[in-house]
Design a protein around this ligand. Structure first.
Ligand code: URA
Length: 272
């Protein structure tokens, strides 16, 4: 039988943190591939587009959003949503920016509605667009491992994004697209009331927190955001897709340090 600490040790090793493992583990029966999916692969779900995929508008300037409350949910409806479920119902038909008509699935976000720790990414990629869930591709597998490395499960945190619909070719959302969606993210945060937010990459840091400095410079430095009159500490770190591209020990150590600091703050806030 596999040693119970092996998965934990492998995750730490992947994050470049071997100094914490004091006891040598018994030899492994078979070496595991380093970037194996964190969870067993789910059976493929039927992929049913929520609406026929409309051609992308030629330019953002040409896009005219609808004025009905389904296609363009009014701010008072968003602000009045009393739960994440109500909010999702109110905004899942959103066509307020040019990303809406191009999506396959709306990616609302998922996790514990009372999570103390919330992760905010940039926006759905191809896998997320197909499944309607955040961070389910390769970057998501690494995010799951990062969450596991601080002793939590994906279901114990909340994972959201700046934009809820996939930008074409996974490009960065434009400031207008981010602005059109930001009220939704802010209402999510108001409802969840996390103790700490970890922003993944430069986009959520810029659009949610208003910090425009390069992520390499500011990662690991506490920032704050005020949402619904509450000040929430924000820990900026690298996006998992960047970690996959730049798989160096320095980058993995940096992410580990950032997540450890975020978890320590969550624990401190819980004990206070
Ligand atoms: N990248 C993101 O920023 N968000 C996702 O949901 C997936 C990949």
């Amino acid at each position: 039988m596999d040693h119970p600490l092996r998965a934990w040790r492998d995750t730490l090793e992947e994050l470049g943190v071997m100094g914490l493992v004091r006891e040598p583990l018994p030899p492994s029966p078979a070496p595991e591939p380093r970037l194996e999916p964190a969870r067993p692969a789910a059976p493929p779900r039927p992929v049913a587009p929520s609406r026929p995929v409309a051609p992308a508008p030629r330019s953002a300037a040409a896009y005219v959003p609808p004025s009905d409350p389904v296609g363009c949910p009014p701010p008072d409806v968003v602000a009045g949503a009393a739960s994440l479920g109500e909010l999702e119902q109110a905004i899942r038909g959103c066509l307020a920016c040019p990303l809406g008509p191009c999506r396959i699935k709306f990616v609302f976000g998922e996790g514990d509605p009372g999570a103390r720790l919330m992760f905010v990414g940039e926006g759905p990629g191809r896998d997320e667009d197909l499944q309607g869930r955040p961070f389910v591709g390769r970057a998501g597998e690494l995010l799951d491992k990062m969450i596991g490395a601080i002793g939590l499960k994906r279901t114990e945190v909340y994972i959201g994004n700046v934009v809820k619909c996939r930008p074409p070719d996974n490009r960065t959302p434009t400031p207008d697209e981010a602005r059109a969606c930001l009220g939704y993210l802010r209402r999510q945060i108001e409802l969840i009331q996390p103790a700490v937010i970890v922003t993944l990459g430069a986009t959520p840091l810029r659009e949610l927190v208003g910090v425009t400095e390069g992520i390499t410079r500011v990662r690991g430095q506490w920032k704050r955001v005020v949402v619904g009159g509450r000040e929430i500490p924000v820990m900026p770190t690298f996006h998992p897709a960047y970690v996959l591209r730049q798989y160096t020990q320095d980058v993995r150590r940096a992410v580990w340090a950032d997540l450890k600091a975020a978890k320590e703050w969550v624990d401190k806030a819980a004990g206070a």
